[in-house]
Design a protein around this ligand. Sequence first.
Ligand code: G4P
Length: 536
Amino acid sequence: MTALVGEEPRLAAAGEAARRRTFAIISHPDAGKTTLTEKFLLYAGAVAEAGAVKARGARRRATSDWMALEQERGISITSTALQFSYRGHVLNLLDTPGHRDFSEDTYRVLAAADAAVMVLDVAKGVESQTLKLFEVCRARSLPVLTLLNKYDRPGRDPLELLDEIEEQIGLRPTPVTWPVGIAGDFRGVVDRRTGEFVRYGRTAHGARTASEERVEPELARLSEGGAWEQAAEEVALLEAVGANFDTPSFLAGETSPLFVGSALTNFGVRHLLDAVVDLVPPPSPRANSAGVVRRLEEAFSGFVFKIQSNMDPAHRDHVAFVRVCSGRFERGMTVVHQPTGRPFATKYAASLFGAERETIDVAYPGDVIGLVNAGDLRIGDTLYAGEPVAFPPIPSFSPELFARVRPRDTGRHKQFRRGVEQLEKEGVVQVLRDPSGDPDPVLAAVGRMQFEVFAHRLAEEFGAAVELSPTAHTVARRTDEATAAALLRTSASIRVLARRDGALLALFESPHWLARLEAEHPDWRLEPVLESGGRP
Ligand code: G4P
C-alpha cells in the first residue's frame, strides 16, 4: 500500500484541488452541448480551430458524441471526462451522454461534478431532458450556471424565459450578461457587472475565437440605437426585481448566474468559460458515510461513479471511473477497495487512454481516473490509501421504463440468475422483484439503452438470451407495506416490487393518476425515488 505522508505531496493536493473546476454540461439533445464543449476547448487553447465536424450526425448514432469529437480532433478525451487548462486552472468537464445512450450513468456523472452548466435553446426554453437532469442537480444542491444558447437565431423573449426557468425548475436566474438585439439579431451583451456593451465580431463558421470590443454605454446608445435602449430598460427591470448574482444562493443551488450567447458563433463563450473558473467552487473535502470529512490533503481517496464495460466480447474490460476526493493519485500505486478490504493495483490506470493519447500519471481532487480490469468494483465503491474511509453510496434514480425479463431458454436459468445479479451490481439496470409472487424480475431504467446493454451482455457474457416485455408503467414511488397493501387493493395495474436494498417501489402507469391518488390519500407513503441527502 502506498500512502503518501510526505509534506510536499500533501500540500500539493490541497493546492492542486484549489486550481480545479469539475463540472458537467446538462442539456436537452440539440441545445448545443457538443458545440459548447468544442468552443470551450477553442477558448482554452486546447484546439486551434473549431468546426468541421460535419458528418457528425451520422457518426453520433454509432458512437458517443465525445468519441466522434475525439476522432475529429485527435485530442485527449475519454468517453467520460475531458481535462484542459484555462487561466492557470485545470478544468474537468464530465460528459453527460444525452442522446440515444441516456441512462442512469448520465445521472451518476452529476454525483462526481461540483457544478453544472445548463444549456437552453433560446427558441425552446426548458425541455424535458434538461428538467430531468436538473432534478438531480437540485437533489444534490449542485450550483448551476445557465447559458441561453442559439441567440443568433430567432427565438423567444429572454425575459419570458427567465420566468419559465423560475416557474418550471424553481431556480432563480440572475443574468450576468444581457443581450443587445432580439434573438436573431444578436449584437452583443451588456455586461451587468460593468454596465458596458460587449460587441461581438463575427468569424467564419465560428472556427476562431470571436473578437470582443468593450464599449461605453453612451457610445453604445449612439451605435445600437433602439436595441440598446431596450436592453437598458430590461437591465433596469432586472435591477428592480433584484435578479442580481449572489454567491451564497448560487452555491446553494437556488439561483443561477445566466449568460446569453451563441455557441455556434462563439458569442458569449468566453464569459461563460470565465464564469466556470470564477464561480464554480473548487473540489471541497467530502464527508464519509458518518459525516466525518476527509481533508483534501489526506492520502488518496475516491469513489466509483461509473462503470463501463466493453461490449466487444473479445475485450471484456470493465473500466471503473473514479472521482478523486483527497490526496494525490499516482499511477501504479496500490489502493484499498473499501467494501472488500482487498488491495487494488492501479498499474493499468492509464492504458485506457490509449497509446497516442495523454496518460494520466498523477491525479488530484476533482480529477477523474479510469481503472481497467476493475471487474470487482461497483458503482459507489470507495478506494483509498492511508486512513480508511467509506463515502456514502450514490443515490439510485427514479426509473421511468420497466420491463419483465425471463431467459429465452429455461434450461439456462442458472446463467440467467448469475448474469442478472452481476449486471445489477454494476448498476447497468435496477432489478425489482415481486416479494409475493411472479418469479420473473422486472428491470427498471431511465433510458432504453440500459435494457439493450443488459440484453446484449446477458447473451454474450453469460450465455443467456433473454426475452424482455416492457410494462406500461412510467413512474415509481417509494412506499411502505401498509400503503402497498392499500395500493394493490386500489387497482390491478399498480405493481409493488422490492429493490435489492429492500426498498419497496410502487409502479404506476400514469403520473396524473398517481397525482390524484396522492391528493386523495395524503396519508399514504408515496415518495419520489430520487434520494437526496447531499453529495456523496
Ligand atoms: P447537443 O450536443 O446538445 O445535442 O447539440 P449540438 O452541439 O450537437 O448542436 C445541435 C445543433 O445545433 C447543431 O446543428 C449545432 O450546429 C447547432 N447549434 C449549436 N449551438 C448553436 C448556436 O448557438 N446557434 C445556432 N444557430 N446553432 C447552434 P446541426 O445542424 O445538427 O449540426 P451541424 O451540421 O451544424 O454540426
